[in-house]
Design a protein around this ligand. Structure first.
Ligand code: SF4
Length: 686
């Protein structure tokens, strides 16, 4: 029998037709009817079937190294959280969750923490992925709304990719872009590295890392001077702060110098943009994962707002998400900085949500964001932590410090699919969670399309769905009625009702009309996109209905430090996902890149005596790790690139999480993974 579900990996959210062929085997095919992929799958999606075995699975609750019953494990978790809250207050506990969770899982975790425990100390690994885009959308539009859809790519005449190796990280979106470019659209890639995506672009601007604001402000100035602003749209729909235009004063040559790109290339880009109304600017981690990530997002949004390239077919800014359900997490409020259903912590919103949940309390203010959350664990301010479906011991910046923090935390719970994860090694209690192919629920992809994930296999061993685990702990903490869910559909219906409850019509996020059906309707749910075509009427979800240009200025670019003269960039490989707990199971995927490489420019390699294929040690003030060197002029001189996937568990080298600084954008809290001061040295081999 075949079931329709969605891919376990990236935010493209491809539909899959999965046909079970044995006890733990499945045939995977792209769903020709799913709007995200129309039947196509990339290498990761295609080989999902190689990852559904039970090898390495956590199949029973564990207290320490001993197998325990669910009752015993859940009682212990509930008791330790209750006792910690009683002794130290609600702010002494935290959840760190994941864009791998389904929306229903996310919803109950958020409800438990914010409405019943009474703190907003629930953050997510999506903080590391797209929180700068969330903050940028809120500043410009008044709500975290991605205006674009994939259909816009089919209608664009110019597609600009900023900080995105789309060909590797969102391959099915890239196939769609490629098809559009084959039909005549132009492709501009803005990325310090000459990636596989940049290789195929009509124009590649290999900008100096962190110079994005200068580039976009320069584009704004060019459009103004070339008469390419949409004055009518600005007058009718956009608030322009006083003095805004004085920020857009860079001439072409000074901008080219700041960005370290040829002025002729910059001019070509600016002319192309000014002459092409149907332009989509798609951006991801290269923009978001910066200490100025929110400003970089707003620099892009400013250009689109000022030229009226928003809310129209083929004319949109488009932030794409990394994880399969980063967007679903945003919808339920699964970030420490949001309350629920696209509402913030304003007094009126708190009252609405508390009334809806009939909860004894409600979080008064935003909670600790990821970097601060783990700092608080290390400082002993968080005394009980529950990590769900993610691996912060290796994926957080300055992961060595995070490991020390976890080791010193009085009570750590990890719910995960795998028995042996880097983070699980620090857990006092490990809870076996359902994996992809066993879970039922919903996810939302990058273009706001909500799809069902459906189970193919029965739950193995004693594994349970994440929503069930959270609900059981909540009930044991004393909140039986509020968490009396029997199935994901119960949670979905409540989520839908909250999205419409007392919505005064200003918020775009609403699932009106999606809750009327029963369980059968939930089971049969077809993919649908919420929000229609946002901003098509020029109205924005701000109090005055107008979007806002946000004045942003280029921060001074740091000069190389004497001991750390290079700039370290981190990112992904095509065939691996996060810390490889799933893709590491697939022999076919492992073939693409068998080990972690540090990419280094030939000039730096020659100067430092690093041979192609030799081992090299990359160091930063936070830590060091070994890699095999790949000498390539795809890197800019002075810059290094390493992948994020290998960990303490999987390798003696390539432990990239040890290297970045534990610093974050002050507005979004998103850590900067793209520009860490670093050094590299050859490793002598005997
Ligand atoms: Fe899965 Fe993303 Fe590949 Fe689609 S593009 S098959 S969602 S990994």
């Amino acid at each position: 029998m075949s079931v329709k579900t969605t891919c376990a990996y990236c935010g493209v959210g491809c539909g899959i037709v999965a046909t079970r062929t044995g006890e733990r085997s499945v045939r995977i095919e792209g769903d020709p009817e799913h709007p995200a992929n129309r039947g196509r799958l990339c290498s990761k999606g295609t080989h999902l079937g190689e990852t559904v075995g039970l090898e390495g699975r956590l199949l029973h609750p564990m207290i320490g190294n001993r197998r325990a019953s669910w009752d015993k494990a859940l009682d212990l978790v509930a008791r330790r959280f209750r006792d910690t809250i009683a002794r130290h207050g609600p702010g002494s506990v935290a959840f760190y969750v994941s864009g791998q969770l389904l929306t229903e899982d996310y919803y109950v975790a958020n409800k438990l923490m914010k409405g019943f425990i009474g703190t907003a100390n629930i953050d997510t690994n999506s903080r590391l992925c797209m929180s700068s885009a969330v903050a940028g959308h809120n500043r410009a539009f008044g709500e975290d709304v991605v205006p674009a859809s994939y259909d816009d790519l089919d209608a664009a005449d110019l597609i600009i990719l900023v900080g995105s190796n789309t060909a590797w990280c969102h391959p099915i979106v890239y196939q769609r872009i490629r098809a559009r470019c084959d039909a005549g659209a132009k492709l501009v890639v803005i990325d310090p590295r000459r990636t596989e995506t940049a290789e195929e672009a009509d124009l590649h601007l290999a900008i100096r890392p962190g110079s994005d604001v200068a580039l976009m402000n320069g584009l704004l100035a060019w459009c103004r001077d070339a008469g390419a602003l949409d004055r009518a749209f600005l007058d009718a729909h956009v608030t322009v702060p006083e003095g805004f235009w004085t920020l857009a004063d860079g001439d072409l040559w000074s901008t080219a110098r700041t960005c370290d790109v040829p002025a002729a290339d910059l001019r070509r880009f600016y002319e192309l943009f000014a002459a092409t109304p149907r332009t989509v600017t798609l951006f991801s981690q290269g923009v978001n994962q910066s200490l100025a990530g929110t400003d970089q997002v707003n620099a892009i949004l400013n250009v689109h707002l000022a030229t009226g390239r928003i809310g129209k077919p083929g004319a949109q800014p488009f932030s794409i998400t990394g994880q399969p359900n980063a967007m679903g997490g945003r919808e339920v409020g699964g970030l420490a900085s949001t309350l629920a259903a696209h509402m913030d912590f304003a007094e009126g919103n708190r009252a609405i949500v508390q009334r809806f949940w009939a909860s004894p309390t409600i979080a008064a203010k935003p909670g600790l964001k990821a970097v601060d959350l783990f700092r608080a664990v290390g400082e002993g301010r968080i005394k009980a932590l529950w990590v769900m479906a993610t691996n912060p011991a290796v994926s957080m910046p300055d992961a060595g410090r995070v490991r020390e923090a976890l080791a010193g935390c009085p009570f750590v719970v990890v719910s995960d699919v795998m028995a042996d994860t880097d983070t699980g090694a620090f857990a006092h209690v490990r809870l076996p969670a359902a994996a992809w192919g066993e879970k039922d629920g919903t996810v939302t992809n990058s273009d706001r399309t909500i799809s069902r994930q459906r189970a193919i296999f029965p739950l193995p061993g004693e594994a349970k769905a994440d929503w069930w685990i959270v609900t059981q702990v909540a009930r044991r903490m004393g909140w039986k009625t509020a968490f009396a869910y029997d199935r994901p559909a119960d949670i979905w219906r409540e989520h839908v009702r909250l999205s419409t409850y007392r919505n005064d019509g200003t918020r775009l996020f609403s699932l009106t009309g999606r809750a009327s059906g029963g369980n059968a309707d939930y089971d049969a749910m077809e993919p649908f996109r919420w929000g229609g075509t946002p901003f098509a009427d020029g109205r924005f979800p701000t109090p005055d209905g107008r979007a806002r240009l946000v004045p942003v200025t280029q921060k001074p670019l740091a000069a190389p430090l004497r001991d750390w003269p290079l700039t370290l960039n981190t990112g992904r490989y095509r065939d691996h996902w996060h810390t490889m707990t799933r893709t590491g199971l697939s022999p076919k995927l492992a073939r693409h890149r068998e080990e972690p490489l540090v990419e280094v420019h030939p000039d730096d390699a020659a100067r430092l005596g690093i041979a192609n294929g030799a081992l090299a040690r990359v160091a930063t003030p936070q830590g060091e790790s070994l890699y095999r060197a790949r000498v390539t002029d795809a890197q800019r001189p002075g810059e290094l690139f390493v992948p994020i996937h290998w960990t303490h568990r999987t390798s003696t080298g390539g432990r990239t999480g040890l290297l970045p600084r534990p610093l974050a954008d002050p507005i979004s809290g998103q850590p900067g993974f793209k520009a860490t001061p670093a050094a590299i040295a050859a490793v002598a081999t005997t």
